[in-house]
Design a protein around this ligand. Structure first.
Ligand code: PLP
Length: 404
């Protein structure tokens, strides 16, 4: 249980959440698997894994040291460590601690926010292409899903999103966007807040914000606006497997999402997160590493006449000029696992920025694949058992949908 929620509050909320649906929590790893059909543990040795927007640097050295020293304490429910994380982040950002909830990754509060604020009557409005997890959550609340194309500059077309459904419950703004790595302006976020229907929220997902120049929306939370901001330690902090993230919002909004599920936080994850926040040079250093490798990759793509969308994060979209799924399969044959295709742009594939040596291997494989006639490739083979979405398996219907 989060340290900042009392037992009494929790039981009160649980009783109130009589209609709470059990929803499977989707992450990048399941979405990546659905595309190339191979789970991480089955990949051949030396595989280049640039398919799930992970950070190859992993947790920083301070976080690793803290986790090692804490291992012998693993038998204890030490919820002070979670409270310390909340206090550290709140003090850094100038929040009262009750504006911050800690979860095992931001996927959980993302799904719960969609469940809490959408319904059969109130839709989910998303950009297209954007991160798909909210869409899967909305299937559980029964909400209508309204997809609005990205604007010409690949920002969210917030005006069109608000106009698309005057009865939206959640307007999801992924800033910067996954998969394009592009930014939505502060003015557009403010427009959304000023013009959205009453009772709805903006769900502003800042998973990739540290890589970019995007303006954070945390001050809008401080101003008590109707938004929930999501943050994660999975990206720049390199802790995807450790699992830690935040929902940040007005306490009355957070109370609504808490009703959908809570659990005691793993002590290693929260201690590593706190330690990462306490290294001021960590974000700028890692941001520079990512930017340099990404820009060198862009220079190579440009020099070789490959069309891509300039991104500010650790992923970007490249146009293959042929069915993207075929390129994914052909790259996998060369032991390079790239990210997925979004149905709205079937010729584009998403590439995660890996290490310098991984991006060199990517370039070699890419050139080979792209210089082979499109007709020589075939789509990836289906896994007839539909098994293997990791140890946390999904309900059969969702598996079928993901793998279709
Ligand atoms: N939001 C976006 C946009 C993502 O791309 C991801 C994962 O890649 C998440 C949220 C969830 O990440 P996690 O649950 O690891 O914090």
């Amino acid at each position: 249980m989060n340290a900042n929620v009392s037992r009494r509050t929790f039981f009160g909320m649980a009783a109130a959440a009589t209609a709470a649906a059990a929803v499977p929590i989707l992450t990048e790893s399941q979405l990546a698997y659905a595309q190339h059909r191979r789970i991480a543990r089955d990949l051949p040795p030396g595989a280049v894994r640039i398919d799930a927007n992970e950070n190859p640097l992993g947790p920083c050295s301070g976080a690793c040291a803290v986790m090692s020293s804490l291992l012998p304490e693993g038998g204890r429910y030490d919820d002070q460590l979670t409270q310390k994380l909340v206090d550290t982040f709140s003090a850094m950002e100038g929040f009262k601690p009750d504006y911050v909830l800690v979860y095992a990754g931001s996927s959980e509060p993302l799904h719960y926010s969609v469940l809490a604020f959408t319904s059969k009557e109130r839709s989910l409005v998303v950009a297209d292409p954007s991160y798909e997890a909210p869409i899967y959550a909305a299937k559980f609340s029964g909400a209508n899903i309204v997809k609005v194309p990205l604007a010409k500059d690949y920002s969210h077309d917030v005006r069109a999103m608000i106009a698309a459904d005057p009865n939206g419950g959640v307007y999801y703004i992924c800033n910067p966007n996954n998969p394009t790595g592009t930014i939505t302006s502060r003015a557009d976020v403010e427009y959304g807040l000023a013009n959205k229907p009453k009772g709805s929220i903006l769900l502003v997902d800042e998973a990739y914000i540290h890589f970019s120049d995007a303006t954070a929306s945390l001050d809008l939370v401080k101003a008590d606006k109707d938004l929930i901001v999501l943050r994660t330690f999975s990206k720049i902090y390199g802790m995807a497997g450790l699992r830690c993230g935040f929902a940040i919002g007005r306490p009355d909004l957070l109370a609504k999402i808490q009703a959908y599920g809570m659990n005691f936080m793993p002590i290693l994850a929260v201690a590593a997160a706190t330690s990462s926040l306490q290294v001021p040079e960590l974000v700028p250093e890692r941001r520079k590493i990512n930017t340099d490798i990404r820009n060198d990759t862009f220079a190579w793509l440009t020099a070789n006449n490959y069309k891509f969308i300039p991104s500010q994060t650790n992923c970007f979209m490249v146009d293959t000029g042929r069915p993207g799924k075929e390129v994914i399969a052909a790259m996998a044959q060369r032991n390079v696992y790239i990210g997925r295709v979004w149905p709205v742009w079937p010729t584009y594939v998403r590439i995660t920025v890996g290490t310098r040596s991984e991006m060199e291997k990517f370039q070699t494989a890419w050139k080979e694949v792209m210089s082979t006639p499109a007709s020589a490739h075939s789509e990836p083979r289906r896994d007839p058992s539909l098994a293997g979405l990791g140890s946390r398996d999904l309900p059969p219907q969702m598996r079928r949908e993901l793998l279709s």
